[in-house]
Design a protein around this ligand. Structure first.
Ligand SMILES: Nc1nc2c(ncn2[C@@H]2O[C@H](COP(=O)(O)OP(=O)(O)OP(=O)(O)O)[C@@H](O)[C@H]2O)c(=O)[nH]1
Ligand SMILES: [Mg+2]
Length: 288
């Protein structure tokens, strides 16, 4: 199961920059292996937002700028694995423009369908592994603005919510509460009509909430407008301080969830609960 992690040569090779061996290690982490190498302080950005708003295109823009500055960028693209999407790999669709990714960009898809208990147990070790292997910018992209996406991006130290010019997108994000967790909001597709109105409506929606309000940037991944400013905002974002507690809560809930969903006795207890032979309280007790 965690065979790759017990192989010192593989580890050494990944740490010295071998991408194939890095992939092998990430696979063994996905399969349940743990990974701990020294005290790393990974730089992480979570990017989330409704389908099709341009998250990958925008990440592509950010990657170009980062690579120009000498950063090495890793993207963990989390596949929602909805039955409708057919498990399409987000990484395949990552639009990175014409950047020469070379050794500076690493993209990895994570299929949530392989993880009934969620990704909680593998995200932190994967991030740690990428940081140890010298990836200085680690981006986690998720699609949607529901609870599970919030839980995933909460593993990053700064969160960017991307929205589109449709009011429907914005409402979705408001409902899910992702706006409270976002450090920065980008309204993409500023080259299309209605994007300014969408930005205004987001500003007024967050104006009604308490606490510090995230800045709202109007950007276009297509023509690049506003992207430099957005990048500066991301770079100067203080990381975990502002919304650290909120994110900690989501991380804890997702670890809690996955412990329950991965519990070896779960099916047995559900069967008993389903037939009424035990009570809900007894079921909970027996899964502690
Ligand atoms: N007009 C316009 N279209 C854009 C812009 N950014 C992205 N798109 C288009 O929007 C579509 C979706 O772009 P993606 O970058 O795949 O969006 P996404 O949010 O990553 O999509 P999912 O990962 O499937 O949720 C593509 O057809 C892009 O060409 C933009 O700034 N302006
Ligand atoms: Mg995408």
């Amino acid at each position: 199961m965690a065979m790759g992690l017990n192989d010192p040569d593989l580890l050494k090779s990944a740490l010295s920059g071998n991408r194939r061996d890095l992939s092998k290690i990430l696979t063994s982490i996905e399969d349940g292996g743990s990974f701990e190498v020294g005290a790393q302080d990974p730089w992480t950005l979570g990017v989330t937002g409704p389908p099709g708003v341009g998250k990958s295109s925008l990440i592509g823009r950010l990657i170009s700028s980062w690579v120009d500055r000498g950063e090495r960028v890793a993207v963990l693209a989390v596949d929602p694995s909805s039955p409708n999407s057919g498990g399409a790999l987000l990484a395949d669709r990552l639009r990175m423009g014409d950047i020469d990714s070379g050794d500076s960009v690493f993209v990895r898809s994570l299929a949530t369908r392989n993880h009934p208990g969620g990704l909680a147990s593998c995200l932190s070790p994967m991030i740690g592994c990428l940081a140890a292997c010298g990836w200085s910018r680690i981006v986690i992209e998720t699609v949607g603005s529901g609870q599970s996406e919030i839980r995933i991006v909460a593993f990053a130290d700064r969160v960017l919510l991307v929205d589109g010019p449709d009011r429907g997108d914005v409402v979705q994000a408001e409902k899910a509460g992702i706006m409270e967790l976002a450090d920065i909001i980008a309204i993409n597709k500023s080259d299309l009509p209605n994007s300014k109105q969408a930005a205004d409506s987001v500003r007024s929606a967050i104006g009604l909430s308490h606490g510090s309000q995230p800045p709202v940037h109007l950007v276009s991944a297509h023509d690049g407008s506003g992207v430099d400013k957005l990048l500066e905002e991301i770079e100067s974002c203080p990381g975990s301080h502002l919304r650290g507690r909120l994110r900690a809560r989501e991380r804890m809930l997702s670890v809690w969830d996955s412990r329950l969903l991965d519990h070896p006795k779960l099916n047995e207890v559900l069967d008993a609960l389903g037939t009424g032979s035990i009570t809900l309280d007894e079921a909970v007790e027996s899964l502690k």
